[in-house]
Design a protein around this ligand. Sequence first.
Ligand code: GLY
Ligand code: MN
Ligand code: MN
Length: 441
Amino acid sequence: MKTNSTMSKITNKIFKERRNRLLNMVSDGIFILPGMHSTKRNNDVDYEFRQNSSFWYFSGFEEPDAVMILDSKSKNQYTMFVNPYDPDMAIWVGARSGIKGIEKNFCADKGTSIEKLKEKLFEITEQHECIYYAFGDDPIIDPLITEILIERRMSSERRNKNPIQIKDPNPLINEMRLIKTKEEINLIQTAVDITEKGFLKAMEATQDGKNEFEIQAILEYEFRINGAKRNGYPSIVASGKNTCTLHYIENDSILKNSELLLIDAGAEFNYYTADITRTWPINGVFTKAQRAIYEIVLEAQKKSIEIIKPGIPISSVHQKALEIIIQGLIDLKILKDTKKNVIENKEYIKYFMHGTSHWLGLDVHDVGNYNQNNKSTLLKPGMTFTVEPGIYFGENIKNISTKYKNIGIRIEDNILVTNSGHKILSNNIPKEIVDIEKILK
Ligand code: GLY
Ligand code: MN
Ligand code: MN
């Protein structure tokens, strides 16, 4: 393993600071934050487990079925309900932290068995008039919160006790997660650097006759040996007409000489993910038509990145990319109207049907509002997001010259907003035509 995976971990001190920040955002209330459960794959086999991102953000705890309670009024501000230690489980799937482990290794003020959750929740919520809980997030906790709500409603009538209010904690949590700290930026940068290594190997390995999943294996092998235990999302390794399917993940077609290969993939490093797309010709040289489309997408991508700085609305990045793509398609006579009409009538949408940017972090499509007070969110230092314009001539496009058929091109980089402008975290991954063609040689 070439990357030292301990170098930029989120420490218990940082998890604690995050919990305190959240608690300090509210005057009265208790946060009930459930972790993820395992999901069955087939018979007695589960899907690979990954913790819920917000739950991990406040705890670093990676086991299933846990519930975190944050309560500013209690002497135990941080209680964690966990699966107890079980010697049989230790033999079959590995030791659980248990009550002692959650207190000792994850700094919980109090660890409690998850089996006691119901009775304890009634007790713990007793002192509060507000519960922060995201209804709909957890099929086991939802009915418990409903029971508490009903009980309090009845007792408030009989015993002059205030009823309880339920508030969604996500707006508060998402606001925190939207602005990345220097440790988080380091982890995203590491994820991007590992992803870069995978892309370079995938480019080198590209060859007519290989299967998409062979290229995927080479890409992801490189992720693994450089310290990324998993991907941030399933890799999209799409050749030929598959380049036009935005979230294609079958990855089982044969690469053909005159076609393109589009890879959209991201290594996940200590829970933070990259999200990179590059598109290149399988035989190493762009055809004239591929090149013409590629140049439009590349210009749209570069020009829309150029404007990124604090204070501009996130929507202006898409607007810039859109204008360049529309102009490019008009110049090629693929769009046959004025720019103004194309925008008004959304004629571009069949060629460029997705947004240009999304927040990036613990989730590939990370949390955070794109609009605030009915206006596009203004960029601030510490925000990380993608810039990924594309043009696609898939099966939905009729009456197009055959030279454009099945061309799908997307170029995606990961951007950090800095105090003075921006940094392209993925700047080392080649995207200029001359650089790509040189590698493919
Ligand atoms: N990888 C998914 C996306 O680019 O949004
Ligand atoms: Mn993306
Ligand atoms: Mn992507």
